[in-house]
Design a protein around this ligand. Sequence first.
Ligand SMILES: C[S@@+](CC[C@H](N)C(=O)[O-])C[C@H]1O[C@@H](n2cnc3c(N)ncnc32)[C@H](O)[C@@H]1O
Length: 199
Amino acid sequence: MDLAKEYPKNLYIGIDISEMFPSEVERPSSATFIKANLLDGLPFENNSFDFVYQRFLGISLTEVQWKVKVIPELVRVLKPGGWIEIMEYDLIWFSLGPKTNVMLTKLKNKLQEYGINVIMSRKISELLKANNVHNVETISKSIPLGDWGGKLGRASLDMTPEEYDDCLEGSAREINEYKSYTMSHRYSMLVRYTLLTTL
Ligand SMILES: C[S@@+](CC[C@H](N)C(=O)[O-])C[C@H]1O[C@@H](n2cnc3c(N)ncnc32)[C@H](O)[C@@H]1O
């Protein structure tokens, strides 16, 4: 949306599995939104886009889906010489207090049971290279977590309601006390014209 407003001569297509798109009033005429499941394959021909941008799919995807479907699809629709940018954050936090550590270790273990890698964010560069995309520039930044207010689902935690409430209450306090933070990683690269040869 920001790019579409700033560079109105280009055409932009956004996709999401959920149809919660900006209203016609909000969206610039150069921006279109399509409901699509990335895991079914993107509804575009090969080499369609000059720029592909994806951000914060995070825990929506398993490690296998990232490897087998997502990165190959994003690269497939990018034109040779185009630009791809991916931004993901670590699903682990640093500088934690003991209660937060207990809570997040349980969450991490639960996510791993579903095949979700909590540091998939660190593997994007490697996956891009495996898809013949080189010259990857990585920018990693710390994100302070003060005044954290997100909700962690009770169902995803292997704890009693009392343990959960105790951890949650203690965790919110500890995050400020310990100055906890997480990391974001932005990968961007120019895709070179590459001739694939098979022997
Ligand atoms: C955390 S939001 C990020 C939204 C946006 N990219 C941003 O950075 O603000 C994750 C989005 O991914 C969408 N999503 C999850 N799985 C998807 C899939 N398989 N195909 C397409 N969209 C998906 C969700 O519906 C949700 O809107």
